[in-house]
Design a protein around this ligand. Structure first.
Ligand code: NAD
Length: 282
């Protein structure tokens, strides 16, 4: 499978090329991964990367057509994958995603609870309507809880593995461009991830959160639809650019594979330096 890659990429101020730079070296051979929200953005890139590394991937998304497109792209790379539709805020749907992994591939070793939303009605604490708060917490928090509720026992049945929950840099910092429901949801993901990590550590299950900075994906760019809105954010990013979904996929691969074998309960920030910055370069 593919060509070897021995070193890491050098640090770069430029976004990576959209064309894959190398094929996998088999970091996930023999593993089955379930990735939610894998029809788009981070989840899609992670599905393709995990498959290139030898994993069998259950590609879950409430948009089944998008999930199927990801699987088609995986097959073009000679990867193994199957699509499943479903809403992570519905417990039975998540149970069915996990059941699919066990039925089709005989087990589950990795769950990447990545599906999440940023609702256009999300605002400050005074103006955000209840339905926006409920919808955001149902998908971003209960969706992760359901993934862990059904995914962790399956991982234990398979002899152990890794859970990755997607939080965000906004769980660490306040923003004057408020999205109160989203921010609260990502803080909850950080907290519940730590507790799950402690509870399941001696069952061979590692649980970490991935905390992306602002990315050039549809989720954020449909919000930042003017140059002024983009610049309002870019000035705070030391590296001076938005992140790429492919860069988050690489961090997810690190957490999914044995490269991170002594990490659990961690919050991995991949944010272009935002959370370390007071003043950024001119
Ligand atoms: P995206 O919108 O490109 O992809 C999200 C995918 O999740 C979509 O395919 C969508 O159909 C699916 N999805 C949404 N709700 C679902 C549900 N209830 N059930 C099943 N699938 C559902 O988003 P992205 O940028 O790739 O974001 C992925 C994760 O990363 C999210 O949790 C998001 O909060 C987080 N994140 C994103 C950014 C960013 O700037 N894009 C920054 C920090 C964190």
């Amino acid at each position: 499978r593919g060509f070897g890659s021995t070193g890491g990429d050098p640090p770069s101020l430029e976004p990576p090329s959209p064309v894959p730079q190398h094929f996998g070296i088999g970091k996930l051979i023999g593993k089955t991964a379930l990735i939610t929200g894998a029809g788009s953005g981070i989840g899609r890139h992670a599905a393709l990367l995990f498959a290139q590394e030898g994993a069998s991937v259950v590609v879950a998304d409430r948009n089944l057509a998008a999930a199927c497109r990801t699987v088609e792209a995986m097959h073009e790379l000679d990867g193994q994958g199957v699509a499943v539709g479903g809403d992570v805020s519905v417990a039975d749907d998540v149970a069915a995603m996990v059941a699919k992994a066990e039925k089709v591939y005989g087990g589950l070793h990795i769950i990447f609870n990545n599906a999440g939303i940023m609702d256009s009605g999300d605002d400050n604490v005074i103006n955000t309507p209840d339905d926006v708060i409920d919808r955001t917490l149902a998908i971003n928090v209960k969706g992760v809880i359901y993934g862990c509720r059904y995914g962790i026992p399956a991982i234990v049945r398979s002899g152990g593995g890794s859970v990755i929950n997607t939080a965000s840099f906004v769980a660490f910092m306040g923003a004057a461009t408020p999205q109160i429901a989203y921010t609260a949801s990502k803080g909850a993901v950080l907290a519940l991830t730590r507790e799950l990590a402690v509870i399941h550590a001696r069952e061979g299950v590692r649980v970490n959160s991935l905390c992306p900075g602002p990315l050039r994906t549809e989720l954020l760019m449909k919000f930042l639809d003017t140059e002024e809105k983009k610049q309002r954010r870019l000035v705070h990013i030391p590296m001076g650019r938005f992140g790429e979904a492919s860069e988050m996929a690489k961090a997810a691969l690190f957490l999914a594979s044995s490269d991170s074998s002594y990490m659990t309960g961690a919050s991995l920030l991949v944010d272009g330096g935002i959370t370390s910055a007071y003043v950024t370069p001119e």
